[in-house]
Design a binder for this molecule. Structure first.
Ligand code: FES
Ligand code: FES
Length: 167
């Protein structure tokens, strides 16, 4: 029998314990062990970005990351973006601006965008295009994706202003 290792990870706010083979990739752990199939597999070689998830808030490609490397860390997948039945601003942006066609790239694209907006809440178009340059889309031509991210950036900035205490 193959040797397994114990891992404890927090996925979308939920604590998960598992016994996994050391060679198991994070994307397979998410899709097959946890049934979180919103994380897609496009290339398996770190090129397309369909498998992008957040690891401690940073975008990573889960097809080239072992599940055991995620031990003790926090993962966010597309299933963890909406909170309390309310879409995340990035999801709202893709909906409002028609940022998708087939949708295959969309979960990874949204997580790459969330990571970008956490670092840079007010990106220029060029910064957005650079921020999602590791994520490929075969359908949209990217214009609508950029608009969706601009929409989300605006919404998130507005929400921050509302939350900020008045001095
Ligand atoms: S499946 Fe991971 S980058 Fe393409
Ligand atoms: S919407 Fe089809 S690959 Fe991006």
């Amino acid at each position: 029998m193959a040797k397994t290792m114990h891992i404890s990870v927090n996925v979308n706010g939920q604590h998960r314990d598992a016994e996994v083979e050391p060679r198991l990739l994070l994307v397979h752990f998410l899709r097959e062990n946890l049934n979180l199939t919103g994380t897609h597999i496009g290339c398996d070689t770190s090129n397309c970005g369909a498998c992008t998830v957040l690891l401690d808030g940073k975008a990573i490609k889960s097809c080239t990351f072992f599940a055991v490397q995620a031990d003790g860390r926090e993962i966010t997948t597309v299933e963890g973006l909406a909170k309390g039945g309310k879409l995340h601003p990035i999801q709202e942006g893709f909906w409002e601006k028609h940022g998708l066609q087939c949708g295959f790239c969309t979960p990874g694209m949204m997580l790459a965008a969330v990571a970008l907006l956490q670092k840079n809440p007010n990106p220029t178009e060029e910064e957005i295009r650079r921020g999602i340059s590791g994520n490929l889309c075969r359908c949209t031509g990217y214009v609508k994706i950029v608009e969706a991210i601009q929409y989300a950036a605006e919404k998130m900035r507005q929400a921050q202003q509302v939350e900020a205490p008045v001095s």
